[in-house]
Design a protein around this ligand. Structure first.
Ligand code: ATR
Length: 279
């Protein structure tokens, strides 16, 4: 990497951050595209968050990503929250321009782009979202805006699922979503947003014990491992599957577009995907 005084700085803040693939992913991509940008990871404790954010602005960072546990707290630390991030109630990308911080959330767009790349259409389908946390919220709100027939939220803590369904209906302005305690048999598309199956919990799956119709599409937002137990089980039942890598790529590319005020072409997707294969 050829760093000069003109190199633009971006990064990710989280706690812990040691496991993040983002620095390698972004820096390899920048090198390929000859972008004069460097991406670093910062382990920032909640008590230091505000100071860290002010520091990044003072140092002239063009933006940064935000991950667990800072996505919600960041809402109070930016000058403006873009409407999509406001709806989700969490920020994963901040743009800094002229010392002003603008909060965005690219998770939902990243997920929708991944579906598009996999030829999965939401329109008029029954979508089942597993989980009701921050990731579920970002994914559900993006899905709800794309014309599904209905949505069911299945969550370990039923009340939290009900709360998410209520907030989707509130945003969309009609009774589109409801909570359930079991995965319904007539699900067209199932999306796992829980951490079940994520390394090191690789023997867990939210669909264990279910028999799915072969025409159900099963999507995971977990990407480590790439093929989770849930995706293996779904494949064995003849279902089409979508892994979590597409969302990772989609949200990263969208962050770069926001920081650089550019529109990346579709070749950028393939370039980032190739970089991931090497990581
Ligand atoms: P994130 O922001 O990554 O979505 P989160 O807000 O902590 O993280 O949400 C995690 C989601 O995974 C929740 O829906 C959680 O269910 P609860 O609301 O019941 O806590 C779900 N989850 C986590 N571990 C789980 C497990 N072992 N079994 C079932 N669901 C689990």
């Amino acid at each position: 990497m050829d760093i000069s005084p003109l190199t633009k700085i971006v990064g990710v803040i989280g706690h812990p951050i040691g496991h993040s693939l983002s620095p390698r992913l972004h820096n390899n991509f920048y090198k390929k595209l000859k972008l004069d940008i460097a991406y670093l990871a910062f382990d920032v404790k909640p008590a230091e968050l505000e100071k860290a954010v002010r520091g990044m602005a003072a140092l002239g960072f063009i933006g940064f990503n935000v991950t667990i546990p800072h996505k919600e707290s960041m809402l109070n630390l930016v000058d403006e929250v873009e409407p999509g991030a406001q709806l989700v109630g969490a920020i994963n990308t901040v743009k800094i321009a002229d010392g002003k911080l603008i909060g965005h959330n690219t998770d939902g767009q990243g997920f929708m782009e991944s579906l598009k790349r996999n030829d999965v259409n939401i329109r008029d389908r029954h979508i089942v979202v597993l989980g009701a946390g921050g990731a579920a919220r970002a994914v559900s709100i993006a899905v709800a805006a794309d014309g599904p027939k209905r949505m069911t939220i299945v969550n370990r803590t039923f009340e939290r699922g009900r709360h998410l369904a209520f907030s989707i209906n509130d945003k969309i302005g009609k009774r589109l979503a409801k909570a359930a305690s079991e995965i319904p048999r007539d699900a067209d598309i199932i999306i796992n947003t829980t951490s079940l199956g994520m390394w090191p919990d690789v023997h867990a799956s939210p669909i264990t014990g279910y028999s799915l119709r072969a025409d159900t599409v099963v999507c995971d937002i977990v990407y480590n491992p790439r093929k989770t137990l849930m995706l293996k089980q779904a494949e064995a039942m003849g279902c089409k599957t979508v892994d979590g890598i597409g969302m990772l790529i989609g949200q990263a590319l969208r962050s770069i577009e926001i920081w650089t005020d550019t529109k990346l072409d579709s070749g950028a997707w393939n370039t980032m995907q190739e970089e991931i294969e090497h990581i």
